[in-house]
Design a protein around this ligand. Structure first.
Ligand code: GDP
Length: 525
């Protein structure tokens, strides 16, 4: 372990926000950035449509549809901590991107609409977090509006997600009468006022002062409820939280910037610093001296003036300095990190150094792919950046046959970026693309036209399902492949997938080939 590196690592918190669309993720993100001084919008609230445009929407398709397609990274400092907030696309068609982003965080904030409780997408994203036991801090948002009973919402979290809850704060008043929160640990009260929207939460006052401050409140009832909460609810337990079994729950209003400061303090205080990461050879500790990193996202055209590709890499250990040489383990080739970039809100700035837990953008011209490991020489590869079986398969139709070669390399590049998955049938039939959501196909079409001058269409395919196949017995795998020749394709890495017309065919193939495994999630090597 290297002490200066360990100190830097200890103050880092790398996290994401998971939520259902409209729960308030964007609003909360802006408020968090406000605390970090990363953006300066004190009191300046923009219309939603306009606000969307200030975000990470680099592509026309996003602007047109008012959705966020891409994932971005926001780094800010607050209270002695360095926070790396990894943004995730709001639209579920881009959920693959979100899942991969969740492999690069150490904790997550789950935002729940106080009136709606747990919604479908929150649940799904929570399940992805659970795969890695990521600790979750819960923010029950929109408390300034009519909301459900807080006991009820906590109960729903426990039942639906099978996740223990502990209130960190408790709401005083409901709906229009929402006045503030009681802090369970300190016993202080924070009142919501107009000033908090600009400056963040006001200082705490004692519960005894509450009556004098706000004569409309029924102090006896509030005190009795707080007693009940303390008696009936689980106490906070750091270990249980860190293991992903217990979530501390905060109540607030992102729109009024109320409770956001408490949330951020809690992430600083309780959420884990960058954790050790598994590789094919060993566990890599974040405070190790030598730099290691993995690529979890590729983004093209972030800035229309620079036609470049940025690989987002999460540092897993050591320190990255500008100009250093790293080894790209997959190819064995050295690469110079001459212009790694940090992302402060939406500006890019050149970073001189970064530590484990940080995310840097590495400009490149297609050398880096999702899942790639970078080291200072060691041949290890990080595991756990997954590919998901596509839910939609389409054949790519190219009216201009002269451009087949160009299409092949364009599809290869799009697959390396994770825009779509590409499957090449071994019988020589035209390539298939696989996506999780239909909007991914729209993005592919627009990009093939804009960037490669290729007009393509998509044709329904006879296949609906794709599964990666493997077997401990190579002969049995070969036999299966030969017997199912027209339904076998290779993915980007040359791994074989079996494509089936429907679930019935898939089940049938499984039954006939008990020595072959069929999987719908593949770790990128
Ligand atoms: P996202 O889709 O999760 O990113 O949600 P947004 O942050 O865009 O919020 C969705 C809508 O809810 C917007 O109209 C916000 O102004 C509104 N909103 C967000 N937070 C709050 C809140 O705390 N209280 C109220 N009343 N509205 C909120």
């Amino acid at each position: 372990m290297n002490q200066p590196i360990a100190n830097e690592v200890a103050r880092r918190r790398t996290f994401a926000i998971i939520s259902h669309p409209d729960a308030g993720k964007t609003t909360l993100t802006e408020m968090l950035l406000l605390f970090g001084g990363a953006i300066n919008l004190a009191g300046q609230v923009k219309a939603k449509g306009q606000r969307r445009n200030t975000r990470s929407d680099w592509m026309g398709i996003e602007r047109e549809r008012g959705i966020s397609v891409v994932t971005s990274v926001m780094t800010f400092e607050y209270g002695g901590h360095v926070f790396n907030l990894l943004d995730t696309p709001g639209h579920e068609d881009f959920s693959e991107d979100t899942y991969r982003t969740l492999t690069a965080v150490d904790s997550a904030v789950m935002v729940i609409d106080a009136a709606k409780g747990i919604e479908a997408r929150t649940r799904k994203l929570f399940e992805v977090c659970r795969l890695r036991d990521i600790p979750i801090v819960t923010f029950i948002n929109k408390m300034d509006r009519e909301s459900r009973d807080p006991f009820d919402v906590m109960d729903e979290i426990e039942k639906v997600l099978a996740l223990d809850t502990t209130p960190a704060t408790w709401p005083i008043g409901r709906g229009r009468d929402f006045a503030g929160t009681y802090d369970i640990a300190s016993g202080g009260v924070r009142l919501m006022d107009d000033a908090s929207a600009k400056t963040g939460d006001a200082p705490q006052i004692a519960l005894a002062e509450l009556g004098a401050k706000n004569p409309n409140l029924d102090i006896a009832a509030i005190t009795a409820e707080i007693e009940l909460v303390k008696e009936a609810c689980r106490p906070f337990d750091l270990e249980s939280f860190r293991e992903g079994h217990l979530t501390p729950v905060f109540f607030g209003s992102a729109l009024k910037n109320f409770g956001v400061g408490d949330l951020l303090d809690a992430i600083g205080k309780f959420a884990p610093s960058p954790r050790a990461q598994e590789s094919n050879l060993r566990r890599v500790d974040a405070a190790e001296e030598r730099m290691t990193a993995f690529v979890f996202k590729i983004q093209a055209n972030m800035d229309p003036n620079h036609r470049d590709r940025i690989a987002f890499a999460r540092l897993c250990s050591g320190k990255l300095t500008r100009g250093m040489k790293a080894k790209q383990v997959r190819t064995g080739k050295p690469m110079s990190l001459s212009a790694p970039q940090f992302f402060f809100a939406q500006d890019r700035s050149v970073a001189d150094e970064a530590f484990a837990g940080d995310v840097v953008g590495i400009p490149n011209h297609g050398t880096l792919r999702i899942g790639d490991t970078l080291t200072e020489g060691e041949n290890l590869t990080f595991v756990g950046v997954p590919s998901f079986a596509p839910e939609i398969l389409r054949r790519v139709r190219l009216p201009d046959a002269m451009k087949a070669k160009k299409l092949k390399s364009a599809l290869q590049e799009m697959a390396e970026e994770g825009v779509v998955q590409v499957f090449r049938p071994i019988d020589g039939a035209p390539a298939m693309v696989g996506v999780v959501g239909p909007l991914q196909l729209d993005v592919l079409k627009v990009r093939l036209k804009d960037e490669y001058g290729l007009e393509v269409g998509f044709e329904p395919s006879e296949f609906q399902l794709a599964r990666w196949i493997a077997s401990a017995d190579q002969k049995k795998l070969d036999t299966f492949i030969t017997a199912n020749n027209s339904g076998i394709a290779e993915d980007l890495d040359g791994d074989f997938v079996f494509m089936a017309r429907n679930q019935f065919y898939l089940d049938h193939a499984r039954e006939r080939a008990p020595d072959v495994t069929f999987t719908d999630i593949k770790d990128v090597k």
